[in-house]
Ligand binder design. Structure first.
Ligand code: TRP
Ligand code: ZN
Length: 464
């Protein structure tokens, strides 16, 4: 700490403080309010790296009211006089840094915390924000909804791709900063709260139940979740390798979803054979009430799938994201095709291995689409806008890129590459450039034409 911060704590009148500050000059500057993501420039913050989030939440569904305390352990990557967290919409009641009260300023979805003492580069610090209010539902650029969604069963569902986690806790809300989590959530005792990781405790007192979930492997904020509802949680270790499986199913749809949910262990085992060791310490699925979200999401450990979206392909897709997206996470949002291309290709491979259409047939059907089809609207590695990261070129043409690689290198090398990739970047972040370099190094092939045509090229490629 520099001596200016020591002087500040004497609480001198503002004018004197300014003069002193001007004389002595602090080394620290405010951390940036975004990490310059080309598609989402305001998401994330500069100047620090979060290591752990500890969230204590209390939800009253009748009032749609959330009370929370978020305690973050982080490391400063430069001298900091202040830093930002992404936080959308609730009231901040108090904030501390290093146990001392910090000034908290709010502008839009940016919360700026100014600690009493500057934080030195390399220092590990703890910051805590207490907040309350009605959590927001956010509307994405593609018009789908995320953040805090109320559900028909009197509960709620928190979903965060790409930005929605900031509706329920303050964070460094960019996939580039992964951290471990403890999520504790208290709800009326007739409801259940499901989250990521493993259930460590469930305690009922005074008509309310507190569920404590622990996530010990790094997690990106966009795949953090809380699902509150009438769920039955089943914990079984029925994969052959003994991996704990937590399934949470809305009882209203238990019967009609039982067959698909029952295949989960088999799907995870099949994916391990194809993609490499399972990256997390538990798995499962949350089958949410019908209509609770417009999409399924690969929330870490256990995807959220609204009952009306649940089928075998979707479960294969979302579980494949545990390797592609959740463990190997994009560095930037434009690298999304690494998530969606692989998760879509997993569906093609599953079908090929289970008596359905081959991956080649899926590829041929896609290639047969007319040159003005949405599939060819932009190259998978260059989504032109935030609204388009969820569009077909990222998913289906992304899968076509994966298939082109398989054809170029042959099946044996293809599976070596896939498993080498998930091993090399396990629990970390990777970009499109990291991927193309990796494929060329592993295979010893120059694939410049493939990348130029399929990954970066505009329009429908001239030959399949
Ligand atoms: N990632 C989800 C899936 O394919 C889909 C999705 C939900 C999504 N919200 C998004 C994709 C926001 C991009 C942006 O399994
Ligand atoms: Zn997906």
């Amino acid at each position: 700490m520099d001596h200016r911060s020591a002087i500040r704590r004497l609480a001198l009148p503002g004018a004197v403080l300014l003069a002193l500050g001007g004389c002595t000059g602090g080394a620290g500057k405010p951390g940036a309010a975004g990490v310059r993501d080309g598609l989402f420039p305001k998401l994330g913050n500069g100047g620090y790296d979060v290591e752990h989030y500890s969230l204590a939440l209390d939800y009253d569904p009748a009032r749609n009211h959330l009370t929370g305390t978020a305690t973050l352990t982080a490391r400063a990557t430069r001298d900091l006089s202040a830093f930002n967290l992404d936080f959308a919409g609730m009231d901040v009641n108090s904030a501390t840094v290093g146990g001392e009260r910090a000034d908290a300023d709010r502008a839009g979805d940016e919360l700026t915390l100014r600690p009493a003492d500057e934080i030195e580069k390399g220092a590990r610090f703890r910051t805590s924000v207490a907040y309350s209010g009605t959590p927001k539902t956010l509307t994405d650029q593609d018009d789908s909804h995320e953040g805090w969604l109320r559900t028909a069963d009197g509960g709620a569902l928190a979903l965060g791709e790409p930005a929605g986690s900031m509706a329920w806790f303050p964070s460094n809300n960019h996939p580039g900063d992964k951290a471990t989590y403890d999520i504790k959530i208290t709800v009326p005792q007739e409801l259940t709260a499901v989250s990521n990781g493993e259930l460590k405790s469930k305690v009922t007192a005074g008509g309310r139940t507190t569920f404590t979930w622990h996530t010990g492997e790094p997690m990106a904020s966009y795949v953090a979740t809380v699902a509150i509802g009438k769920y039955d949680i089943a914990k079984e270790s029925k994969t052959p390798s003994g991996l704990p499986v937590y399934t949470a199913v809305d009882p209203a749809v238990r019967k009609k979803t039982a067959d698909v949910v029952g295949r989960l262990p088999e799907i995870v085992e099949w994916e391990k054979e194809n993609f490499g060791p399972y990256p997390f310490s538990s798995t499962g699925v949350i089958v949410a009430p019908e209509g609770s979200a417009e999409y399924a999401l690969e929330t870490q450990n256990r995807p959220v799938i609204p009952a009306d979206q649940l089928d075998n392909e979707t479960l294969v897709h979302e579980l494949a994201h545990q390797w592609f997206g959740d463990s190997v996470t994009p560095k930037r949002w434009k690298d999304m095709w690494l998530n969606e291309g692989f998760a879509t290709y997993a569906e093609w491979l599953w079908s090929e291995d289970h008596g359905g259409e081959s991956a080649q047939a899926h590829f041929d059907e896609a290639y047969a689409k007319a040159a003005d089809a949405e599939l060819w609207a932009f190259p998978p590695a260059e989504p032109p806008s935030a609204a388009e990261v969820s569009h077909e070129p990222v998913y289906e043409r992304g899968a076509m890129v994966v298939h082109k690689i398989r054809r170029a290198v042959g099946d044996d090398m293809f599976y070596d590459i896939v498993q080498g990739w998930t091993k090399e970047h396990r629990h970390a972040n990777a970009s499109t450039e990291d991927f193309t370099r990796f494929v060329e190094e592993e295979s010893g092939k120059d694939l410049t034409d493939l990348w130029d045509t399929w990954l970066y090229g505009d329009g429908k490629p001239k030959s399949p």
